[in-house]
Design a protein around this ligand. Structure first.
Ligand code: RIB
Ligand code: CA
Length: 317
């Protein structure tokens, strides 16, 4: 991906500790221009994740509007992930109350506005249920050509995490994912295959804390909190799901990627929300996504530490 011109980004998510860290990485990279933040219910209710989004934008010094999206999935009932992210959806470090008002536009209207006004095709980083993206694709098919890529966190070609077969984001709104995977737009899937390898350990995020800038200290605090529930489940580190959807854009060399036709399963008591890759060409369909399936974990952590270090440099300048 060439970066002669800044790449316009829309950050759509349900922050959520790992969404927040993904947004830190995006905000740290001068090759990106974050045009808007849009929120979707998932880790917590729409109201809570939207409040978190405004606080994260303020922490990162992003002069962008936050536009609220869908409160509920297209058809399914909402599943929230409070146990993992706490009652606020971003428990841990207390962030200043944001000054930014919410946009008067909905998430879909904001996405459409950014796409319409952007000279350059836009990357949408979608790290929650894919509800807003699906709504955009349904209501503005004419804007598909302005989408450079939809970089998603969701799915899992080998296993799920909310059920044995389905990952939380896509299980929350399988219909939205189906629309997205059948829309014919450039799509990157960071599923559990790669994100469960993207683990950071306490001694590594201690290095982030020791950067001693407000963003780095907040990231370390988020990781402290996010590790609590994961430790109960037997993880000895934190799986950084959503950051993969950003870091794979700027450091593709540390990831393994394969183009597959991936089907979204909508039915079955035990299979709804599953992502099935057609490894054998059974469907005779051409690939519809680039699946990110591997990572150099140590380099991933180095990139995260480097991203956090950038928030202290302006102060030193
Ligand atoms: O399954 C992991 C995904 O669910 C991540 O996006 C996390 O933030 C939660 O939304
Ligand atoms: Ca998320």
């Amino acid at each position: 991906m060439n970066y002669e011109k800044k790449i316009p980004l829309i950050l759509d998510g349900d922050p959520g500790h790992d969404d927040a860290i993904a947004w830190v990485i995006a905000a740290s990279d001068p090759r990106f221009e974050i045009k808007a933040i849009t929120t979707v219910a998932g880790n917590q209710t729409l109201a809570k994740v939207s409040e978190n989004a405004r606080k994260i934008a303020a922490l990162l010094g992003l002069d962008v509007e936050v536009a609220k999206g869908r409160e509920v999935p297209l058809i399914a009932d909402l599943i929230t992930g409070g146990d993992y992210h706490g009652t606020t959806g971003l428990d841990g470090p207390v962030l200043p109350d944001p000054q930014h008002p919410y946009s008067s536009l909905s998430a879909v209207e904001m996405m459409a506005k950014v796409l319409q006004e952007s000279e350059e095709p836009v990357i949408i980083v979608a790290t929650g249920p894919q509800t807003n993206v699906a709504a955009l694709l349904l209501t503005h098919p004419e804007l598909k050509e302005k989408i450079r890529l939809i970089s998603t966190m969701g799915g899992g070609l080998r296993n799920g995490n909310w059920t044995s077969t389905a990952e939380f984001n896509l299980l929350n709104d399988p219909e939205a994912a189906y629309i997205e995977y059948h829309a014919g737009v450039p799509l990157q899937m960071c599923g559990l295959d790669v994100t469960e390898q993207a683990v950071i350990y306490p001694e590594e995020w201690q290095k982030i804390r020791e950067l001693h800038n407000p963003v780095a200290e907040t990231v370390a605090g988020w990781l402290d909190f996010f590790s609590i529930k994961l430790k109960e489940l037997g993880w000895d580190g934190v799986t950084l799901h959503d950051p993969c959807a950003v870091l794979s854009l700027v450091h593709p060399e540390i990831f393994t990627m394969n183009d597959y036709y991936v089907e979204i399963v909508l039915d079955g008591e035990y299979t709804r929300g599953m992502t099935m890759a057609d490894y054998k060409g059974t469907t005779k369909n051409k690939p519809n996504c680039r699946a990110v399936t591997g990572i150099d974990r140590e380099k991933f952590v180095e990139c995260l530490i480097e991203a956090c270090s950038r928030f202290g440099k302006e102060e030193q300048a």
